[in-house]
Design a protein around this ligand. Structure first.
Ligand SMILES: [Zn+2]
Length: 282
């Protein structure tokens, strides 16, 4: 069943597939997180529901520019990246995901846009090894350039997948963050309700697990305080036009004054997509 192609028609089937209780323990979900902690922000429940899940990290979570590091983090960039990996192992332990089910695609934080095509090739290889039923990644919404790059990487990898349509994973999205009127919005998608969403409202134990996972990311404590722990939302990834900005006005990463601009990101995405299309025609 090609859920992506059939869109809304099969939304109910996809919802019940993820909601069914008890869950199908053999179902393989592959989460593509731009940074360590994004999987906890958006998919802590999904990961703990499906113990065959795997998480791939696009970047190591350590920018070169130390002014982008949280207060109190010292040492080299490699030290910081190592800290983030150790935190990830501790966090994902609460969801039942072992270090053997974590894969690091090794881009530098803030820089995934510069290597979207090679990251897509690495991710496609991983996908072929794992054969997930679903890939879950970030929406294209201008929160962080690496999040938007993850949306492109997942799309390119699935498009290049050698798997036939029947076995091609369905591409889904978890919430991340984005700008609205110059403020950062968390816990919901850009234009909420414009597409069908699956909402998991958390029980007390699920909230506790998510809290424990977030606490394990001690270096990110101040950032993670801004994310809700009472529900998570998923949806099918829409067909994006990456040559258009995700919304009018300044994107969140532009509001933050980070090095990437929306125009530069779109140029890099256009090049990666064009090269991938050219390559697939050979
Ligand atoms: Zn992130």
């Amino acid at each position: 069943m090609n859920w992506q192609a059939d869109g809304d028609k099969n939304w109910n089937r996809l919802s019940s597939w993820l909601h069914t209780s008890p869950p199908d323990l053999n179902l393989r979900v592959l989460v593509l997180a731009a940074h360590p902690d994004d999987e906890t922000i958006g998919a802590s429940l999904l990961l703990s529901r499906f113990p065959q899940s795997t998480v791939a990290f696009l970047t190591d979570g350590a920018p070169r520019d130390t002014s982008l590091w949280p207060a109190g983090v010292n040492g080299s960039r490699e030290d910081y990246a190592r800290t983030r990996k150790q935190e990830t192992i501790r966090a994902l332990h609460y969801a039942g995901v072992s270090a053997q089910r974590m894969f690091w695609l090794e881009a530098v934080d803030q820089e995934a846009a510069f290597e979207m095509r090679s990251l897509a090739e690495r991710f496609a290889k991983l996908m072929a090894e794992i054969s997930p039923a679903a890939v879950v990644t970030h929406p294209y919404e201008g929160g962080h350039p690496d999040h938007d790059s993850a949306a492109v990487v997942a799309k390119l990898a699935i498009a290049a997948s050698l798997l036939d349509n029947k076995n091609r994973p369905v591409l889904m999205e978890m919430t991340s963050y984005h700008a609205r009127n110059g403020r950062c919005v968390t816990g919901e998608f850009l234009r909420p309700g414009s597409l069908p969403e699956l909402c998991f409202e958390f029980s007390r134990s699920q909230r506790e697990r998510k809290r424990n996972m977030m606490d394990a990311y001690a270096s990110q404590r101040l950032v993670l305080e801004n994310f809700p722990i009472d529900e998570e939302r998923l949806r099918l990834a829409p067909e994006y036009n990456f040559s258009e900005p995700p919304h009018a006005g300044k994107l969140w990463y532009e509001c933050m004054g980070w090095p990437m601009t929306a125009a530069r990101w779109r140029e890099l995405a256009a090049t990666a997509i064009a090269e991938a299309q050219e390559h697939s025609c050979l």
